[in-house]
Design a protein around this ligand. Structure first.
Ligand code: OAD
Length: 249
């Protein structure tokens, strides 16, 4: 409950119920409770690996084996993870017609595993590998084993089909995400620090197009206090469960 006596969960539930055309934008925070560390912050992946050394297209082209030290950790951790209550809560909101799609910056595939159907993978997916020389594609499970680097039939080292720094967002998810942002009634932003461009523009596009922006995050972000209309503080699973209970009871 806020100082003015209004309950932000109830306000968010009312907006979602009245407008019924919400879109979710998710980031690493939604998968933290599945055991996947986020990127920023003390326990984040970028505290261990400097992204400018381990996560740019340029570094992959120069030193793919070195970049695979970081990628192997991501593929192993994500490969063993299962959806948590927040992923399942979003899938359930889609099934009930409250949320119409999920735009995710995550590459772990957990929204689909939880049952979400309309998922826009803005930064790609770790399930697929691509050869940056001959463009052949493979399923990661068919080519990669822990401790090894995956090779293409042409002999080059394969790259996961995810967006590294210095790579553009593929045109289809970029167009779909912008269209969803322009036309939704509510954008629910979950577990992202909103520091990486162009994903961080999505909430601004939604807001400028007339949507209300609801943020679910235990911390403040670059959106809080300006773009965000309602900030629901807490973990994604706890807040989404409270939201579901409030909407459907
Ligand atoms: P970040 O690591 O930057 O931010 C994670 C956010 O999740 C923070 O704001 C946390 O406060 C919040 N958070 C932590 N635990 C949470 C929980 N249990 N429930 C809800 N929120 C929680 O991750 P992203 O914003 O997703 O891109 O990072 C964006 C992009 O930066 C990634 O897609 C990746 C990275 O570099 C590329 O690799 C291109």
């Amino acid at each position: 409950m806020r100082a003015d006596g209004r309950d932000p969960i109830r306000e968010a539930a009312r907006l979602l119920t009245e407008r019924r055309n919400a879109v979710a934008l998710t980031g690493a925070g939604i998968s933290v409770e599945s055991g996947i560390p986020s990127f920023r912050g003390a326990q984040g992946l970028w505290a261990k690996y400097d992204p400018m050394e381990y996560a740019t297209l340029h570094s992959f082209m120069q030193h793919p084996r070195k970049v695979w030290e970081m990628l192997s950790e991501m593929v192993s951790v994500c490969g063993g993870a299962t959806p948590n209550a927040a992923h399942k809560g979003l899938a359930s909101l889609e099934e009930k017609g409250v949320v119409r799609s999920v735009i995710t910056q995550n590459v772990d595939g957990l929204h689909q595993a939880a049952g979400s159907r309309r998922v826009i993978e803005y930064h790609g997916n770790l399930d697929e590998l691509i050869c940056v020389y001959c463009w052949r594609r493979f399923q990661t499970r068919d080519r990669w084993t822990p401790g090894d680097v995956p090779l293409c039939d042409c002999g080059e080292i394969l790259k996961p089909n995810v967006v590294l720094f210095g790579e553009p967002i593929p045109w289809l998810p970029q167009e779909q995400a912008e269209e969803e942002a322009r036309t939704c009634g509510v954008l629910v932003v979950i577990g992202t620090s909103a520091q990486v461009s162009p994903a961080c523009d999505i909430p601004r596009i939604a807001k400028e197009s007339g949507a209300a922006v609801v943020e679910i995050n235990p911390e403040d972000t670059s959106l809080s206090g300006n773009v965000t209309d309602i900030h629901l503080r807490g973990s994604a699973s706890e807040v989404l469960q409270r939201l579901l209970q409030t909407i459907f009871t």
